[in-house]
Structure formats: C-alpha cells, structure tokens
Design a protein around this ligand. Structure first.
Ligand code: FEO
Length: 169
C-alpha cells in the first residue's frame, strides 16, 4: 500500500486505541458510581474498539504497509452524570465516523480499491455505533434524575456481551 495510505491507517489505529482507552476510563467512572451494568457495557465497548484497532493493524500488514505506533492520548476520567458520559460518547463516535469518511475519501483519491472495500465495513459499523449510542442518550434524557429508571437501564446494559467477529469478517 502507498505510504500516504499506510500513514493514514496508522493514525486510525491510534484513534481506535484511544477510543478503547476512553471507554476503559468510562468503565472505571461507572464502577466508581456503582452502576456496574453500565460498566459491563463499557467493557464490551473497550473490546470492540480494540478489535477495530487490530483490524486496521492486520490490514496494514497484509498490504505490506509499515505499522508505526504512537502515544495514546490521556482520556477524560470524570463525567457529571451517565447522560453526560453518553453524550460525550455520541460526540466521539460522530468524530470517528468523520475520520472513517476521510479515509474513504483518501482511498478513492489514491485509487486504492482494496482499502476502499476494507473501509466499507467501518462505514456500516459507525452507522450502528451512532444509532445504538443515540438511542441510549435519548432514554437517559427521558429518565434524567429518575433513579428507578437508571437502575432498570443498568440491569439491561449489564447484559451486553462482546462477540468477537468471525475470522472472515
Ligand atoms: Fe471504532 Fe467506536 O469506533
């Protein structure tokens, strides 16, 4: 793969690792306020982001690109409320979607069809991530300051299990 493309993919490995780190920080936040179901949801998210980073990592190697790992930025460690944290996630995922769009644009510019096809999985994934998080934000807005509602959501989100993708995905 061209160097410009490999460099852009390396930046994305870093962005996905940062996402994983951010959600790990949120897991700790939710644990600290006793919402363990939310923390379980975050752990699945941590693993999912790590899987995203590894997908980019493996692809760069597969295309004979050079993997260069950079420092991961320090994430926030405190949020004012569960709603505050999920609004931050939504904003973050919208940012990640724009990064993926930029990569697709670059792949088209560079006429790198293999990278373009590879990136389509992430385009779809971002639609799903934004939709899932957006729905949680809507529900948190509805139950704001209603502890019974919050505990019900905690029990529900605590059922999330991370499923690793099949090898062909
Ligand atoms: Fe890897 Fe949540 O985007």
């Amino acid at each position: 793969m061209k160097e410009t493309m490999a460099e852009a993919f390396n930046r994305q490995i870093n962005a996905e690792m940062y996402s994983s780190y951010l959600y790990l920080s949120m897991e700790a936040y939710f644990q600290s306020i006793g919402l363990n179901g939310f923390a379980v949801w975050m752990r699945a998210q941590v693993q999912e982001e790590l899987m995203h980073a590894m997908k980019f990592y493996d692809f760069v190697f597969e295309r004979n690109g050079k993997v260069k790992l950079e420092a991961i930025e320090k994430p926030e460690s405190h949020w004012g409320s569960p709603l505050d944290a999920f609004e931050a996630i939504l904003k973050h995922e919208q940012h990640v979607s724009s990064l993926i769009d930029d990569l697709v644009n670059l792949a088209i510019e560079e006429k790198d069809h293999a990278s373009n096809i590879f990136l389509q999985w992430f385009v779809t994934e971002q639609v799903e991530e934004e939709s899932t998080v957006g729905a949680i934000v809507d529900r948190l807005r509805l139950i704001e300051r209603d502890n019974a509602g919050l505990f019900m959501m905690d029990a529900e989100l605590g059922k999330r299990v991370f499923t690793p993708p099949a090898p062909s995905e």
